[in-house]
Design a protein around this ligand. Structure first.
Ligand SMILES: [Zn+2]
Length: 443
């Protein structure tokens, strides 16, 4: 039996002075420090915040198949350094894509001695894989991603209505959730690009209406099949009313957004810089303000990274070609500080951070009774961090594979000091070393 304590333990919705007792990786109790049993050794962290480890349910790790883009070892080290103790991997852009039970096994076999935090997988829905959904559900996967538009990789084709009509009843029968990349191109004409460097042209080529159209369609299908749906990486505030009214009608729809939509803006993104390219695109300041509002009023449920890296060459930085550049923003390691920085500047409390980055994402993948909270019976996963310290995001500090960031040289509040997984320290800022054996497990 061991304990950690500080003047700022996040417990039952607020920061209190307390000690958290845990044993064999499970939280036993939260008590006043002077009431600790005499046989319990306690590490005290003074004023630092002790919070549940973050749960990031939207990460592209790409191993096997595109391990030069990202791999389990580097991604989970970056996660640990960012205070994340649970990562759920997306079914693309690895090869094979996670759309068959064989692929689930192939990916699991890559995890050995590689994962520094806990890992789970989302499955995928693609045309023709409906007979694989039940086996994958039987293997414990309860969330499946589909694209309503070209995914960017040929192994993961988009799902049309016909495909979703087949898949959704199967998912509903197992109480699984359909995750949707919600962009639907209903334009009759192809976008005629004039200047491939222009961010404004790129933005115009993927209008709000694509997200609105896709979400309208997915709400219709969710109602038809009584299937839970979750909108991944919501970018357009124009879709918020749709989500709100669907929910009021009893449709089981949730939504997430990402640090890049909440902290970057098309009003200031420079032209020709592929680091800022993602799909759906980052929109303007007004849109960003509405997304924050939607998080506050609960229309958007939570925040995840959508860490979607690639090699530097694929970002077409030298060519400054936004049309050819791979779409995806790498931010796995920095989510906590990016979001905390905004909260702090707006005088908002840490409780939002816990709700949006720990508690609610755990619900999406059925981990709500073991992850995302400091409470007896939960896994002893903690991030210990300093909310008043600032750091400048620097290439040299990046632990994920390809050292590219849209946030380079951004100075933000919030420094992670230690990350504890299952009762063991997996990251320590002062002695960054990942030479000990990885402690993560497959969920
Ligand atoms: Zn993604």
């Amino acid at each position: 039996m061991r304990a950690i304590s500080s003047k700022n333990v996040f417990f039952k919705g607020q920061l209190i002075e307390a000690a958290v007792i845990f044993d064999k990786g499970i939280i036993i109790d939260v008590v006043e420090k002077n009431t600790l049993p005499s046989d319990c050794t306690c590490q005290d962290y003074a004023e630092l915040i002790i919070m549940p480890g973050l749960v990031d349910t939207h990460v592209h790790i790409n191993e096997p198949g595109r391990t030069d883009w990202e791999g389990f070892n580097t991604a989970t080290q970056a996660a640990a350094a960012g205070g994340i103790t649970t990562v759920i991997d997306m079914p693309l852009n690895c090869i094979p894509v996670t759309t068959t039970i064989d692929a689930v096994e192939a990916k699991k076999s890559c995890l050995k001695d590689q994962i520094w935090v806990d890992i789970g997988f989302h499955g995928g829905v693609i045309p023709g894989n409906e007979n694989q959904l039940e086996p994958m559900m039987a293997a414990g996967i309860n969330s499946f991603k589909a694209f309503m538009i070209d995914s960017g990789v040929e192994e993961f084709p988009a799902s049309d209505t016909n495909t979703l009509d087949k898949a959704m009843p199967i998912l509903a029968s197992g109480d699984a959730t359909l995750l949707v990349h919600a962009e639907l191109d209903t334009c009759n004409e192809e976008f005629k690009v004039q200047d491939k460097k222009s961010y404004q042209e790129f933005l115009a080529s993927r209008p709000d209406s694509w997200e609105v159209n896709a979400i309208e369609e997915i709400i219709r299908l969710s109602e038809k099949h009584s299937c839970k749906v979750h909108i991944v990486h919501l970018s357009s505030a124009k879709a918020l009313d749709l989500i709100k009214s669907a929910r009021n009608k009893g449709i089981k729809i949730t939504a997430e957004t990402c640090p890049h939509y909440l902290t970057l803006s098309s009003d200031t993104i420079p032209d020709g810089d592929g680091r800022y390219k993602c799909c759906p695109p980052i929109r303007n300041n007004d849109n960003q303000e509405s997304l924050w509002q939607a998080l506050s009023d609960g229309t958007i449920d939570f925040i995840v990274s959508d860490h979607s890296p690639c090699t530097p060459a694929l970002k077409k930085l030298e060519e400054q070609n936004l049309w050819e550049a791979w779409g995806g923003i790498s931010s796995l390691q920095f989510g906590l500080s990016l979001i905390w920085n905004q909260l702090k500047l707006n005088n908002l409390s840490i409780s939002h951070l816990v709700k949006w980055m720990c508690e609610r994402p755990a619900f999406l993948v059925g981990l709500e009774s073991s992850k995302g909270k400091i409470q007896a019976g939960y896994q002893a996963d903690f991030v210990i961090w300093d909310p008043e310290a600032k750091h400048t995001i620097d290439k040299n500090d990046i632990l994920y594979k390809n050292k590219i960031s849209a946030y380079e040289q951004h100075t933000v509040f919030g420094v992670v000091e230690q990350t504890i997984l299952n009762g063991e320290i997996v990251y320590n800022k002062n002695t960054i070393n990942f030479t000990k054996s990885p402690k993560g497990k497959y969920l």
